[in-house]
Design a protein around this ligand. Structure first.
Ligand SMILES: [Zn+2]
Length: 274
């Protein structure tokens, strides 16, 4: 747990899954990433379903809801995800605001649960926030990334009036903003929580794990890799200057990190907190 001004931020990891290392590190040679991020005998690397809980002005704000629990035996085996895991370890009834940085299943899979009459909100009293552009993209079901989208994670919330669709950057709770930051896809958001001169930044998939602070280390998933590189450089410079505490969407170990920049212009993890 860290304190950011008057906010309290903690990691609520909804489990760890294993995914192809090549997909995570794109064009980076395995000989470079593997020593930093060891893979198993199927070339899979561990990835957290990292969610963050922020307490702000009496409100409980949850960033992301993880991969959820709707996985058949085959996909659990493929991801080495134990049966029964996947739920966000928070008191669901206490959450006031849920932020979905984007609508890929591994970020909003815990948004809803299966009830006797269909999917119901997992966070009963929460208002959920997502970008309208992201929803429109999801609806296109493009060959490239349609496997990332599952209607059950958001359609019931829109139908029930519990999901607010945003048209760009927005403050979704006091001192907490969603910022559209393209790269991974067109409408993905990072989340900035700023209080009393301090900042927590949730990078989402702009920087999915700590080794991805290397500017050119971009996941093969990204639709716009050059945009990822530009946005990373710009925002990491600000993170270094202003000593932001940072959270990564999928790092399996690091909860919070501060970033440094060396004399050759390379970013690195300067400080960690749990
Ligand atoms: Zn992701």
């Amino acid at each position: 747990m860290i304190e950011i001004g008057s906010l309290r931020v903690r990691l609520a990891r909804a489990g760890v899954y294993w995914w192809d290392g090549g997909a995570f590190f794109g064009v980076v040679p395995k000989s470079l990433w593997n020593p930093l991020y060891p893979s198993d005998d199927q070339n899979r690397v561990p990835a957290g379903f990292n969610c963050y809980l922020i307490e702000t002005g009496g409100l409980q704000v949850l960033i992301e809801t993880g991969g959820g629990e709707r996985h058949d035996a085959k996909s659990r085996e493929r991801m080495n995800l134990p049966e029964g895991s996947g739920r966000v370890p928070v008191d669901a009834g206490s959450i006031d605001v849920v932020i979905n940085s984007h609508l890929h299943w591994d970020h909003c899979g815990g948004n809803t649960l299966d009830g006797p009459h269909g999917a119901v909100p997992a966070f009963t009293k929460a208002r959920y926030f997502a970008q309208r552009g992201e929803l429109e993209h999801a609806r296109e079901r493009l060959v490239r990334d349609r496997v990332s989208y599952r209607d059950i994670n958001y359609v019931p919330l829109i139908a029930g009036g519990q999901m607010v669709l945003l048209d760009g950057d927005a403050e979704v709770a006091p001192e907490i903003r969603m910022l559209v930051t393209p790269g991974h896809n067109r409408d993905m958001c990072i989340v900035l929580a700023k209080s009393k001169g301090e900042t927590f930044c949730f990078w989402s998939d702009l920087i999915p794990t700590a080794p991805h602070v290397h500017q050119s280390w971009v996941a093969a998933f990204d639709l716009y890799p050059l945009t990822t590189i530009e946005n990373k450089a710009r925002l990491l410079d600000q993170a270094v200057r202003e000593r932001w505490w940072c959270g990564f969407a999928h790092d399996p170990k690091i909860a919070f990190a501060r970033i440094g920049k060396d004399s050759k212009g390379r970013f690195y993890i300067d400080e960690e907190a749990s």
